[in-house]
Design a protein around this ligand. Sequence first.
Ligand SMILES: [Zn+2]
Length: 259
Amino acid sequence: MKVLSVEFLRPMLLFCSMLCIAGITAHQIIYSRAWHKPLDVVIFPINGDNSLETHNYINNLRDDSFAEIDNWLATEAKRHNLPLNRPTRTRLGKRVKSVPPVLPVDKGIVRTVLWGLQLRSWVFRNTPDDESNLRRVRVFVVYHLGEDEKPLAHSVGLQQGLIGVVHAFAKPKQNAQNNIVIAHEILHTVGASDKYNFYGGPEYPVGFANPLREPLFPQRYAEIMAGRIPTSHYQSYMARSLKSVRINYTTAQEIAWIK
Ligand SMILES: [Zn+2]
């Protein structure tokens, strides 16, 4: 009997593992957008600056700290006639000790793809529980004390793997805005796209909560995937909490709330 050579086995194993990952990813994408029952979302907190203040801030987090996100998504789902009362069930997971790889500022396609692979490998190694990931979104929130007016690293949400990485301020007065960023990244994981224009403002019409409003300005709400409330075609301001944020028709279509 002929023995299979290592040269043959190695590419076969690689091919099989890639096929397996593709199968899991396809399952995650289909399930997360089916909306037959609430999608589990787990927030894994990370101390991003190793400070005692951030450590204490994380100690005070509870499931309740993220209830606003579930309640807001429930209200928006109702507005879009989704036949599911609560689209998400968000809870606090265990702390993670390691920090995820940072998205390169100079984003070429190759660097971004490599970073995506690195991130998925990091998530595989650092998810602190052994629950199934086929049916849940994992959001790793890196908390920092930060400096006022100085933006934190970019947050991201990936549909492949249902993974979010959020950089947030470890300050109670920032909780409401942190929840906007977390909700934005959760929606990326289920297929929503960004709706900013070249200058970082909401892109008309897709980045407006109500692009048909008359008069068009000022808008009353921000669209979640743009995050800012437009007061003219050139001016907008940050929404302070999810109370001033909506999911518009385009985003609702992207996340399969409207078929
Ligand atoms: Zn985004």
